[in-house]
Design a binder for this molecule. Sequence first.
Ligand code: HCA
Ligand code: CU
Length: 483
Amino acid sequence: MCPPADQTNGVTKDEMVPIDNSNTPHIPPPTNETNGKSEPPPVKSHKGVYGRASDFLSNTSNWKIIESTLREGEQFANAFFTLEKKIEIAKMLDEFGVEYIELTSPAASPESRAHCEAICKLGLKRTKILTHIRCHMDDARLAVETGVDGVDVVIGTSSFLREHSHGKDMTWITKTAIEVIEFVKSKGIEIRFSSEDSFRSELVDLLSIYRTVDKIGVNRVGVADTVGCADPRQVYDLVRTLRGVVSCDIETHFHNDTGCAIANAYAALEAGATHVDTSVLGIGERNGITPLGGLIARMMVADPEYVKSKYNLSMLREIENCVAEAVEISVPFNNYITGFCAFTHKAGIHAKAILANPSTYEILNPADFGMTRYVSIGHRLTGWNAVRSRVDQLNLNLTDDQVKDATAKIKELADVRTQSMEDVDMILRIYHTGIHSGELKVGQSAVLDKLLDKHMPSRETSPSRANGANGTPAKRPRVEETA
Ligand code: HCA
Ligand code: CU
């Protein structure tokens, strides 16, 4: 079974203390019209700021996902999906709302074929099922018998692959592509034709074969950056050129070898592509492809309403946890949206602004994904505004001057070692009691030290005691929830 949705990397809910600023809306900065006096309407799209003349091509508000965790993802080094796991992932992706899932070719192995047939029988609610095959009639015959809604056909067109992989020339490729496409079409299901290693193929070869398959009624042509060599500008240029040559949909597939997979997908959509291949956490050959969550993050900025209307975003973390567990990896700390620190704010200046208006330092609203915002306060960079917010949450009655004084002590202690949330709470409670009993006054640091020694005798004050042998904090700094 998948781990529970509220599990985060290394930090459990028990270690987090909620501060509720859910009354503070995620709003953009004031506009001229409102002059900062009233809340402006939420920003729908950033196009207005960066709009270009060529945006008429753009599909960033009209695109579809082809989710390939169960095909490209199966090519990830660690992946071995049982049928049960594939069914679980397929159902989750359906629930999430991806338009297509792509499955490993039935020609790959007897089990792959059985899995493909079983998934087709699930009766998924909204997601269409594709299988991915080589451009070969034997594979096509097997594929159409599995019950899939469509077939994704691929063949290498670069000279590297033509010479060193399948050894066929463009004439053979074109002839076979036509045969396979017409056969699949005759079965009344969708067909896509893609050229592996598109970005190292001759443009003239590419355009010629795409034009041919478009003419015979392929549903989509595919552009694949198989080796992850393309950059967003090259992608934009190729897809824009292709947009002028074919009338069918354009699917795109980007490997992440040089870190461009999300940006390339975005550039492709800007240039008129219609479909993007993803996998959960980006798993795939080598270091994988455009990650589902990363694409969602990017597209949320382009058009939040479109993304929210199509996908069940609060499921993202559950899906990622499920796949991460299945392939025995952790969700990276800096993962888009769901990473351990994706919505954690630390520096005092950030914390203050975030508490006033989360849009100051967040382009994405964690609540849209069922996620939570955190402000970390037990460290040397903390600020009194964040501490004030914690004081209020603990219902302690302290003036701003007193909070500033308590903050100075927290910073002093955090200069020695990061303070846990419990430690910060204890310091604030002891400070509060001291002030209200008359034992303590603002600025009496030594008196406060004595009170802390008395009431927190076990607290660690020396770096050598607090830190591990390599000097890193022995304890992970805790964070507090703010929404
Ligand atoms: C691979 C094939 C592929 C296919 C992409 C596509 C690629 O090398 O395993 O069908 O468009 O990256 O070229 O995943
Ligand atoms: Cu690939």
